[in-house]
Design a protein around this ligand. Structure first.
Ligand code: WT7
Length: 657
């Protein structure tokens, strides 16, 4: 592991001293309303984790049968609420239809072209039950994996909940991923059914999802059926017998489908995320614990009340969409805004218009978006009435204090608390974050661990570091929404998360804790990039590059980027017979897009005749990072096998610049 202090990510915030106590009025009405109350809850959970979690589980989730045991901890394998029977779809839909909320809006949806739909909880129940019957009709049984490759339309939520209803784990693949990336995921989890759409809208254009799905299906022998939702009217190829229109199947499906009680540890979903190798990992989440974790954090961190209109801007293709657009808020019976499009289409005021139109009270978005809004200018939000907002959230990467202040002032009018939420696909739910009625916030810091969460900053051998010293961020106790394993690969699960610091969960992040107990996340310490809040492995991009016939070797590093946090820089050596050219550079960029998706498109491609390597053949990424960022290399180069490589790389950069 490289040293977390070398990442140098947040030296600018070391001096941050502004503190924003919770507004008194906000605190008075909040679920957790003072720092003392928070501290009491945290202490209680630390001393008696099982008692604490049992209480939350009983309070927040409806169980068909109670558990025999709160936690069975056989490190690093956890079972939470063993023996209990539960259903996520029942908790997110049906139970809200039994009381006064049956006519409450569950989803307020706006499509990119401006079309609108509202699904009340009763509507959601009917749609989910029908689609669950559709899946059953296609032969999907409890335990069968269903892949969802859809645009941000209500049917994505409906399909996910329909899977949960019959105990079929879903794997959602972000619509921006390529056919190749989709195929890799379907092959890994052996999905039987794929649900997609003819296309989706993105900045006025149609993304050909069905075409990609066809490309994937051709190389996925486990796939028996493809269900296609008609969203755009785009002409699509059709494979008779395999392909089915959503609306045709649904027309014949009953709207009655009782939710299947499943074991608390029954798989709810698999979500792929990049690790430090070339192959994405299938993060497995199970039902009971995940529901408890997402419902609790939605309630405490977003302070959701019955009359809130809550908007999480994340795509359901990412974990943020899973936990904070679908499972957390719907488990609580909240009203969620869902938006299909981009923040700058048809203009840069789209988000603010949505907030004004629906009187959104809680907004949850990403630092990369906030930095783009800053760049576009205050005139866009100023044109809209944002006075309905009462709370702002941030997730995905460290938020720089300037962006935090802009968000607070320009969007929040100085009156809304900002919750900077640290968590991961693996943690399932928010781990470190202010509670908006209790925790004084500090721009740039995710502040404190939530009750039940015990993180620590340690050295390589697990020793706690001192105040304000950088180290590795670990979590010392299991928590209900933690990943259970990497799908189909328990060994990789152990090696990846539990072997660096034995007995503790290693997050892959560097952090420090200040004298007030606030955590400052310093970014990844492994070969994982964070590009616009999305995780990408350098190895994944390297594998994509070397799969091109012209490429002999590739090394990929991140470089600082004002908008995206990190941009992708690739260093490439060519096979003999190929010469560097602008055309080849373009071809390689497109090749990576084809292999992974547009989010992995390299920003820079540097052609070179050799890569800097140690004598044992390891690429010295540290040196490449410096070149990519255009800074002088400090530090040791004595382990370099061939020092002249660096000289040539530098010289080349000067020529190119
Ligand atoms: C990685 C997890 C959790 C949903 C979105 C990303 C970084 C996430 C923060 C934050 C600093 C953050 C970490 C983490 N990260 N939130 N508030 N402050 N860094 O999920 O794709 O699983 O990525 O994102 O580096 O390890 P993910």
């Amino acid at each position: 592991m490289p040293s977390p202090t070398s990442s140098g990510a947040i030296t600018s915030v070391l001096q941050e001293t502004r503190v924003f106590p919770p507004p008194a009025e906000f605190a008075r009405a909040a679920h957790v309303s003072s720092l003392e109350q928070y501290q009491e809850l945290w202490n209680r959970a630390k001393d008696d984790p099982e008692g604490f979690w049992a209480e939350q589980a009983g309070r927040l989730i409806s169980w068909f049968k109670p558990w025999d045991r709160v936690l069975d901890w056989n490190p690093p394998f956890a079972k939470w609420f063993e023996g209990a029977l539960v259903n996520a779809s029942y908790n997110c839909v049906d139970r809200h239809c039994e009381g006064p909320n049956k006519n409450k809006a569950a989803l307020i949806w706006e499509g990119e072209p401006g079309d609108r739909r509202v699904l009340r909880y009763q509507d959601l129940q009917r749609e989910v039950a029908r689609f669950a019957n559709v899946l059953k009709g296609l032969g999907v049984r409890k335990g069968d994996v269903v892949a969802l490759y859809l645009p941000m339309i209500p049917e994505l939520v409906v399909a996910a909940l329909a899977c949960a209803r019959i105990g079929a784990p879903h794997t959602v693949v972000f619509g921006g991923f390529s056919a190749e990336a989709l195929a890799g995921r379907i092959q890994d989890c052996k999905a039987k059914v794929l649900v997609t759409a003819d296309g989706g809208y993105r900045r006025g254009k149609v993304v050909p999802l069905k075409e990609n799905a066809d490309g994937a299906a051709a190389v996925c022998p486990t796939l028996q059926h493809v269900v296609v939702y008609r969203r755009t009217g785009l002409d699509v190829a059709w494979s008779h017998g395999r392909d089915h229109w959503w609306h045709e199947l649904e027309a014949n499906a009953s709207a009655v489908c009782p939710p299947e009680p499943v074991d608390s540890e029954h798989p709810l979903f698999i979500l792929y995320t990049s690790g430090s190798t070339g192959k994405p990992k299938g993060i497995l989440h199970t039902t009971g614990g995940y529901l408890v974790g997402t419902a609790l954090t939605t309630q405490w961190v977003f302070d959701i009340k019955d009359d809130d209109t809550y908007w999480c801007t994340a795509d359901v293709g990412w974990v943020t969409g899973h936990s904070y657009l679908v499972y957390g808020p719907l488990a609580l019976g909240a009203t969620c805004v869902m938006f299909e499009g981009a923040p700058n289409w048809p203009d840069e005021g789209r988000f603010w218009k949505i907030i004004e139109d629906y009187r959104v009270t809680i907004l949850y978005t990403a630092p990369t978006a906030i930095r783009a809004f800053m760049k576009w200018g205050e005139q866009f939000p100023r044109r809209h009435d944002l006075s309905s907002l009462r709370l702002l959230g941030s997730v995905g990467e460290p938020i720089n204090p300037e962006a935090w202040m802009w968000y607070h002032k320009v969007i929040g009018g100085g009156r809304c608390p900002v919750v900077d939420t640290w968590w991961q696909t693996e943690t399932g739910a928010i781990m470190i974050s202010p509670l908006p009625g209790a925790t004084p916030t500090v721009p740039g810091s995710a502040t404190r661990p939530l009750p039940g969460i015990v993180p620590e900053v340690v050295t390589k051998d697990g020793t706690p570091v001192g105040v304000n010293e950088g180290g590795f961020l670990i979590v010392k106790q299991p928590w209900p929404s933690m990943l259970r394993t990497i799908y189909g690969d328990d060994d990789r699960y152990k090696a990846q998360y539990w072997s660096d610091i034995p007995g503790s969960y290693f997050t892959g992040d560097g952090a420090r804790r200040d004298e007030n107990g606030n955590f400052w996340i310093m970014g990844r310490v492994d070969d994982v990039l964070n590009v616009a809040g999305h995780r990408l492995s350098t190895m994944e991009v390297e594998s994509a590059l070397v799969s091109h016939r012209a490429v002999a070797e590739a090394a990929v590093v991140g470089k600082p980027d004002d908008l995206k946090g990190q941009a992708i820089a690739a260093f490439v050596t060519l096979e003999s017979g190929y010469a560097a050219s602008e055309e080849l550079r373009k071809e390689l960029r497109n090749h990576v897009v084809k292999e992974i998706g547009a989010l992995a498109r390299p920003d820079d491609i540097h052609f070179t005749d050799a890569l800097p390597k140690t004598r044992s053949g390891k690429i010295m990424r540290r040196l490449l990072r410096d070149i990519a960022a255009g800074v002088e290399s400090g530090g040791d180069t004595s382990t370099l096998e061939d020092l002249s490589v660096m000289v040539r790389l530098r010289r080349f950069e000067q020529k190119a610049g």
